[in-house]
Design a protein around this ligand. Sequence first.
Ligand SMILES: [Zn+2]
Length: 533
Amino acid sequence: MAVNASEEQLTVDFHPDPDRLVAHTAFLADDLLEGREAGTPGHERASLYIATEFRKLGLQPAGTDGYLQRIDFRRSRLKTDSLRAVLNTPGEERELTFLDDYYVGASLVRTASSLDCEMVFVGYGIVAQPLDYDDYQGVDVQDKCVVAFKGKPAWFPSEQGAHFSKLKVKNAADRGAIGFISLTTPESLERFPFEKYRERVGRARMTWLYDDGSLFNAKPRIQSSITPSPAVAASLFVATEKDLDDLYAMLETEERFVPFPIPGRLQLEKGSQHEAVTSPNVVALLEGSDPVLKHEYVVFSAHSDAIGMKQGEAGEDLIINGALDNASGIATMLEVARLFSGMEVAPRRSVVFAAMTAEEKGLLGAYYFAEHPTVPVQSMVANVNLDMPILLYEFADIIAFGAGHSDMGGTVSRAAAAESLELTPDPWPEQGYFTRSDHYAFVKQGIPAVFVKGGIKARDPSVDALEVDKDFRKHHYHQVSDDMRLPIKWDAAVTFTRVNARIALELANQPSRPRWNDGDFFGETFARETAAE
Ligand SMILES: [Zn+2]
């Protein structure tokens, strides 16, 4: 039966059931689930639902307790009444007001945080050896607070830049800093105005615990990160050679920042309330049909959690249901699982279906799974991630984040072509989406990943897909209106399911495992040694 994988793939015709897609999404986005915040009863209901669906399909449990992989988390909430912040600049001592003057989140490390620090400006706070870039050159930040702009130099390759931007607080901690002052920029404010930080108040932060009780991704040296308002940020630079406008102007150029001390001190006291909670990933396995290749795994992932509830008045809608983010992604995964389970001959490789918890808290469930895999990590050949498909128009094209990094680009093109869809290059490289959802936890284990979205062209020429996308992000994303009242196009959900099913099937059936492109940054940075094939 020597049949070419892509030929065979074309002969398989999947028929996703729109009613099932609606049913899964509607259940998961119901108010009963209270916004599915990780560590809450609402998210437990979602997890039980997903496990139940896996069981109905006859999939093998691939968690640590049946389908569940339960994770120990620490949850931390900011005690806003404990906050006190004072900024001393030459000639002025000023008490700062939370939310008017600055924003801080809860500490995951300690219940009482205390800072009294000198400040050093370090540009973006980025260190990127492959780009010959180091904002810390020649500066000592030991026991100081670093002050750094959000974002990255405009000339950075976007996805690499997004990767290095994620390491800012770590860079500061590694160099002995005790606080991280994060400066908004005109560009960051455009995307996320300072006033929007109010919406984050009351949201819990979380991280998971290793077996020895230490915290994942915690930076114990750092007492706090702080985002000052643009006005307070400007006041930091009244006595420095360059003022904030001069520094803003440099953001537009390729000129590099030179670190300098900021005269004055920042003091901050903050209290955080800690709780131990658990929350599960839900993981199932469809065993491959090939006696050899079944020991390799294509991993489908989608996050099951959402934002939860917002604070507000009784009677107001407070539930951030997460219908598109990401009930629809879970619905898609469940439907692919059903289609694959119903195949006469299962895909050659095994397929793992993983509903990840705590994505909204920092891809935590995915990082946990990647570090505590329930199948051997070196045998995971590819990850296909589903996160917030914007199913509000019937798309004529798709975008595949990550497709440019590995030979999965070809896989995606063939799947798109089979559905008469165009493949559009990433229209938002500056957003660094390749680093912003669960697939990135797999990338960091050296596993090529792809993350598909509906594209920028609608089948109906009177619909401006980019406008629909923008409108969703602005008015519904992470808001109470991301619910079943949205005009979701279930035909688009069907197409989306078919495309992802085709991609995963080809990956599961192709003779050799996917490979990073030669010289690819992510491949070179994270690739693991694999046995010769
Ligand atoms: Zn999401």
